[in-house]
Design a protein around this ligand. Structure first.
Ligand code: PMP
Length: 419
């Protein structure tokens, strides 16, 4: 199959691959790597790897502690990374950005700290049927411990959030709506500004799991109007081990610490302790210092491209991939068909072939995809599937990767005699 040339207004993903050393690595298939698993974790550009190395090599000391030049340098860089995150997600102030390990920890922080303080027996918490387990299990735990009720907004057959069901449930005045911006299992982009307006009108706060949106599209916490936002560095070309929680200052200030110990205190006596100001109140212990520098470099790299361009590039790839995959008999695609409502994450089922077999055979063709439940087992249950095969795209992908993907599907179907 020959796919027509890349559109002129979309950048050349293949050229960008030169920035990512992992693409120099020989693959056992003998073919170049078609990496289509960025939704799980993204490769790192040299700029990020160099920033990590430079931070460890030349700027490393503990932060917020030492009264000497090296520590001041490390602290300034760490706080500079915080400011970069704030800028990148449209947060009003970097004082509202808390460094955590990942989106999972960000959500747990809110569930433990805000949740245990504000949720009582009989309260209603809303999540949705399309959440990653990271935005589902913490709320189950909170509901179990407090006696609150947890309900899930339904999703439609084509993988949209059912807004009528949302309205019905909001009428019962939940305290919180915990929702993802982009579903990692379906690729659905939720209309978050509209949803947040509805939730706020009903008196609910909104926690946005932005793990799959912040890396791929312009996201502004201020414009969306949300109350909390969770992200992971490793999905946005940054290091693993660092992520961020953004929350409105008044909310963060009213919340008790999540973890306690060093760094997060104002004064400790044997009789008791007072807390540091937000965000340090939530950063107990030595943080991921060099990783923060790596995350700032990832943000710099993405800003260098421009997030509107990243989104346009992925939208283009989504449209082409969706069209090409739709043409293949025996392939079922999940999620909405409209590129306005679907990020460049495509979950698919090949009739008669288990996704684990699909991924294994694809690997033999140098095509890396994810197979499984994608930490979203309720989504699999909703569509009565054990698992799906997921192809997810990022800046370094191009039309050639789509061709590799479709060729791999044809080869798999031929192997299984289902073509
Ligand atoms: N939410 C979504 C939508 C995700 O895709 C993921 C990661 N797959 C997470 C949360 C959790 O991210 P992490 O494992 O980095 O905490």
């Amino acid at each position: 199959m020959v796919i027509e040339q890349q559109r002129a207004d979309v950048f050349d993903g293949a050229a960008l691959r030169a920035d990512f050393p992992v693409f120099d690595r020989p693959h056992r298939s003998g073919k170049p790597l078609a990496f289509l698993d960025s939704a799980a974790s993204a490769p790192k550009p040299r700029a990020v790897i160099d920033a990590l190395s430079d931070a460890y090599g030349h700027h490393y000391a503990n932060v917020h502690r030492g009264i000497y030049e090296l520590s001041e340098d490390a602290t300034a860089r760490f706080e500079g990374a915080r400011a970069a995150v704030a800028r990148f997600i449209g947060a009003p102030s970097e004082r509202e950005v808390v460094f955590v390990r990942n989106a999972t920890e960000a959500i747990n922080l809110v569930a433990y700290s805000w949740g245990r303080t504000n949720i009582r027996a009989g309260d209603l918490i809303l999540s949705t049927e399309m959440e990653h387990h990271a935005n589902l299990v913490p709320w189950q735990q909170l509901a179990t411990e407090t006696g609150a009720t947890l309900e899930y907004v339904a999703i439609t057959d084509d993988g949209r959030l059912d807004l009528d069901d949302l309205r019905r449930r909001l009428a019962r005045e939940p305290k919180l709506l915990a929702i993802n911006h982009v579903s990692n299992a379906l690729g659905t982009i939720n209309p978050v500004a509209e949803i947040t307006q509805l939730a706020h009108d009903a008196g609910a706060l909104v926690l946005l799991d932005a793990a799959q949106s912040v890396p791929h599209m312009p996201v502004s916490a201020t414009e969306l109007g949300i109350d909390f936002l969770a992200l992971s560095g490793h999905k946005m070309l940054g290091p693993s081990g660092i992520g961020a929680l953004w929350g409105r200052r008044a909310l963060l200030e009213a919340m008790p610490p999540f973890m306690t110990g060093g760094s997060m205190i104002s004064k400790v006596t044997l009789a008791g302790t007072t807390w540091a100001e937000v965000p340090l109140k939530f950063e107990a212990g030595t943080p991921a210092i060099a990783e923060a520098a790596g995350l700032a470099a990832a943000i710099g790299y993405l800003e260098g491209i421009g997030m509107a361009k990243v989104r346009a590039h992925e939208r283009f790839l989504f449209e082409r991939a969706w069209a090409a995959l739709s043409d293949i008999g025996g392939v079922r695609l999940l999620g909405p068909a409209s590129p306005d409502e679907h990020a460049a994450v495509i979950s698919l089922v090949i009739d008669g072939i288990h996704p684990h077999d699909v991924a294994t055979i694809f690997d033999g063709h140098g095509v890396a995809v994810r197979a499984g439940h994608h930490c979203a087992q309720p989504v699999m249950a909703r569509y009565d599937l054990p698992a799906t095969t997921r192809a997810s795209f990022y800046v370094y992908n191009d039309l050639d990767d789509i061709e590799r993907l479709t060729d791999a599907i044809h080869a798999t179907q031929r192997l299984f005699g289902t073509a």
